[in-house]
Design a protein around this ligand. Structure first.
Ligand code: S3P
Length: 168
């Protein structure tokens, strides 16, 4: 079966959400965010899920949602930054979709997220150090994507247009 989904992966603050909304509108596809589905399903925030039940619990729901979304078609899927950590998530998403990694450097990520509070993994004393560590640890996971786009210095619209270019 032809792949009809576009799957955006990348670190927190890479700009996946806005780029995926633009893409979905432009291509006439439905936009879905794994985080938004999790929050809706659980009736609580990501912070609350991590605080009350821990990361493993969150990852289990994430895998469930990924499995569900991967069975649907004509979606732009905005994936939480850690979706790539489980091989089964990557396999399911790639079966039905083109996976694109939005690659962003640590300094740019830090600049984008420094005033935000909704990401439990970055609620630490030294977020830049944490970003650098997590990015290094995840590099090989993000490398599983079919395509890679550098987002440093680009607007969400420019990123979305680059993705459209890849589809031609
Ligand atoms: C996470 C990224 C977040 C969210 C959760 C964990 C991660 O999504 O799923 O806080 O492990 O990188 P965004 O990438 O949309 O911020």
């Amino acid at each position: 079966m032809k792949k009809t989904n576009i799957v955006l992966v990348g670190f927190m603050g890479a700009g996946k959400s806005v780029a995926s909304e633009i893409l979905a509108t432009q291509l006439g596809l439905e936009h879905v965010s794994t985080d938004a589905v999790i929050v809706e399903r659980e009736g609580r925030s990501i912070n609350q899920i991590f605080e009350q039940d821990g990361e493993e619990y969150f990852r289990n729901i994430e895998t469930l949602i990924v499995r569900e979304l991967s069975q649907r078609q004509r979606l732009v899927i905005d994936c939480g930054g850690g979706v790539v950590l489980r091989p089964e998530n990557v396999a399911a998403l790639k079966r039905q979709g083109l996976m694109i990694y939005l690659k962003t450097s640590p300094d740019v990520i830090y600049d984008r997220i420094k005033h935000e509070t909704h990401r439990p993994l970055l609620k630490v004393e030294d977020p830049l150090d944490k970003i650098q560590g997590l990015l290094a640890a995840r590099a090989s996971f993000y490398a599983q994507a079919d395509q890679e786009i550098l987002t440093d210095g680009k607007t969400a619209d420019e990123v979305a247009q680059e993705i459209v270019g890849l589809l031609k």
